[in-house]
Design a protein around this ligand. Sequence first.
Ligand code: NOJ
Ligand code: CA
Length: 524
Amino acid sequence: MSPEPWWTSAVFYQVYPRSFADSNGDGIGDLDGLTARLGHLQELGVDAIWLNPVTVSPMADHGYDVADPRDIDPLFGGLAAFERLVDAAHQRGIKVTMDVVPNHTSSQHPWFQAALAAGPGTDARERYYFRDGRGPSGKRPPNNWTSVFGGPAWTRVVEPDGNPGQWYLHLFDAEQPDLDWEHPDVFDDFEKTLRLWLERGVDGFRIDVAHGMAKPPGLPDAKDDIKVLHHSDDDPRFNHPSVHEIHRGIRTIVDDYPGAVTVGEVWVMDNIRWAEYLRPDELHLGFNFRLTKIEFDAGEIHAAIRNSLKATAIENATPTWTLSNHDVGREVTRYGGGEIGLRRARAMAMVMLALPGAVFIYNGAELGLPDVELPDEVLQDPTWERSGRTERGRDKCRVPIPWSGDAPPFGFSTTADTWLPMPADWATLTVEKQDADPDSTLSFFRRALELRRGRGEFDNTELEWLTPPKDALIFRRAGGLVCALNAGRRPIALPDGELILASAPLVDGQLPPDAAAWLVRSPG
Ligand code: NOJ
Ligand code: CA
């Protein structure tokens, strides 16, 4: 039997490059900054990096607006810095996966610029969704779709003759026009992009908006107004069945590079429809956002895990787990913030790391970072303006990582004028401080990853639920690992077995509230 591919049990570490480490003092993280900090990732014990977009971009959506998908933005150090990163990561045994953005380009992409210049009815416009507006003078958008970031999903252009003319579709910011995947150039160009990075040694891709790309013929109106940054399955903008043909095309390319992995951002909640993306000739992995959607409640957590396992089982695919990312906010804050939020985040990290499958850790989660309340004037997420300043957006979870020292910029940069301000009270959360403290969240994560990697009890993906006390959950992996979570108000007795890790000190030999424990037993 051939061994399982590396990614079936991998710990992926998501690096938001703007916020990780700045090497040149401009206040924005970059690739040489990351390369210089790879020791942190190696000590943490991760298998792979997922790098948010670093390709050429005007940064309207911080890299998700790509002007050249086959070059690295100078802001991040250009191609040479990317090569240094890939080499250095590989030398340390860390794989590198990168974001690719097939649903849209930047409005600065040469194709879009050519489309604007060429005018209505030209071939150049066919690579995007240009349409005439509704109403007598075409003054109203072609349909009622809204942008995920707020406001209409259509923007009207000024034609080369100086008059208002057609509209183009953008499910996100106006600077992110949607590509029309019916046009053969779009796939051909994407193939070039995938092959270029695979040839340069990347180990796979995170596919942005993998449930986007295909649109329903005729672009029919949506039933109701759909909320900003909200995901629902009853939404004509996403998850059109013809997207699967695109994924099959992508898979044939990636299969030319053994070991390379694709993980898709699939915001589809229906299990059957979600699992379709994981058919053997489509994506290798699909993000599972269920744990990011729920409270710290034993019943909800249990249901989310069962439901996730059920969904992946449909295609016999690998489960994936994530508690946070650059879009959804940080778990410490979601679980109530402060001491309690942190305790719960540590407990949930243990639950996630005890589950079979691949895990995604968002940079800073290993330090227990919370979301940051930022003042209006520093907000950069396009959601803020596009929602008419009603949704603050995602900057709160993108504040730079604190490395060392007692004051901002905490070793992240040499300038205190970092792209988002860093809170002064993060002095206790720096890598330096936590490194020296055996009880810190960082030391805890290192230990948890080491156990997950090293102990045979984590082998074998079968999982069984044991009967828990009220407001708790307990599961056992067939390899012999037992994980208990206490989400209630009173301490609970530990299940049988030898304790190998707890997220908080036991109280009179019992597992206190807001804590988790790992124990090992002989299998069977
Ligand atoms: C999903 C990405 O995770 C998010 O950050 C981005 O804004 C949208 N896709 C648009 O590319
Ligand atoms: Ca920089």
